[in-house]
Design a binder for this molecule. Structure first.
Ligand code: CP
Length: 317
């Protein structure tokens, strides 16, 4: 595997889930595989889970790990070619990438959407430059349009908790005070469709996602109707995708917050969220603290999704 940026890069999802289950049975079975290999994790944006789970996964495989927070202690990086660099950015990504590649066998990159230029975001300009110029396998640790390590962990979690072959899974928009990228929602939809789930997406008007990610899902604007009979409720906020409102917060309507009344509409459904979560905006305290909440198992499975991807990349080196 040379890159992990979306569900297609993983090949057979069934096989990937089998690999993940095998790793979960004994995550220390391959401690020699990564010996003398180095993972460089590069963060243009903050992280708790991705940073720790990916590092832990690499250590489980015997790898060395280096972490660089680009905006704290490194030279500020210019990402656009052709720019006259007379501002505060001292180094260009086109030099920085091959330099970093000298020190690493695998590179993980986190680079969020800027939410000002839709074309730039959806072309994945930063991530694609790493793939093109590093000559190393590249893992997306959340890019502008997708968060595949999270989605893979979410699907592992659903497989562990589902009570029927084809569960009803509802991806619901929920309110948030700040503009967030569409990456988690896009990615979850992409992976849930690939997994063959009965996927419904619900959101207020104006929050339609890129149709490239929602093909195969049912769109329902009435949240109560969408939640009826759900086996899993995946809550997430995202900003508007459609023009002319790209990247904007159109609503903070707290009637969309997931509370116990909403969960009572489900078929004793589980609550899911990728974290970090804003309590009593996205979900009420009682729901996230309930025995139907899977937020911690999802986070735990981030180690497993990362280890599955790293194992495959190491085997292909
Ligand atoms: N879910 C997730 O990616 O968490 P972090 O942003 O903390 O890495």
């Amino acid at each position: 595997m040379k890159k992990f940026t979306n569900v297609h890069d993983i090949g057979s999802l069934k096989q990937a889930l089998a690999d993940a289950a095998e790793i979960k049975r004994d995550r220390f079975a391959m401690t020699d595989l990564g010996k003398n290999r180095t993972l460089l994790m590069l963060f243009f944006n903050s992280s708790l889970r991705t940073r720790l789970s990916t590092q832990k996964a690499a250590m489980n495989l015997g790898m060395n790990v280096m972490v660089l927070d680009v905006n704290q202690g490194a030279w500020k990086l210019e990402t656009e070619r052709g720019v006259v660099m007379d501002g505060d950015k001292a180094e260009h990504l086109l030099e920085a990438i091959p330099v970093m590649a000298c020190y690493a066998d695998i590179i993980g990159v986190r680079s969020f959407a800027g939410l000002t230029d839709k074309r730039e975001d959806y072309e994945e300009r930063v991530l694609e430059q790493f793939i093109k110029y590093s000559g190393r396998p590249v893992i997306s640790m959340e890019a502008a349009t997708r968060h595949p390590l999270q989605s893979f962990a979410d699907i592992i979690t659903i497989e562990e908790y589902k009570r029927k072959e084809r569960p009803k899974v509802v991806l619901t928009w929920a309110p948030h005070p700040k503009a967030l990228p569409q990456a988690v929602a896009n990615s979850f939809a992409e992976w849930a469709v690939a997994a063959g789930y009965d996927l419904t997406i619900t959101h207020p008007h104006g929050y339609e996602l890129d149709p490239a990610f929602t093909q195969g899902a049912t769109i329902e604007y009435d949240q109560d109707k969408a939640l009826a009979g759900a086996d899993f409720v995946y809550a997430k906020n995202w900003s508007a995708y459609a023009d002319p409102d790209y990247g904007k917060v159109l609503s903070t309507d707290r009637s969309w917050t997931i509370d116990s009344r909403k969960m009572a509409l489900t078929d004793d459904g589980y609550f899911m969220h990728c974290l970090p979560v804003r309590r009593n905006m996205i979900v009420t305290d009682d729901v996230i603290e309930s025995d139907r909440s899977l937020v911690i198992p999802e986070a735990a499975n981030r180690e497993i999704s990362a280890q599955t991807v790293l194992m495959r990349m190491l085997k292909a080196l």
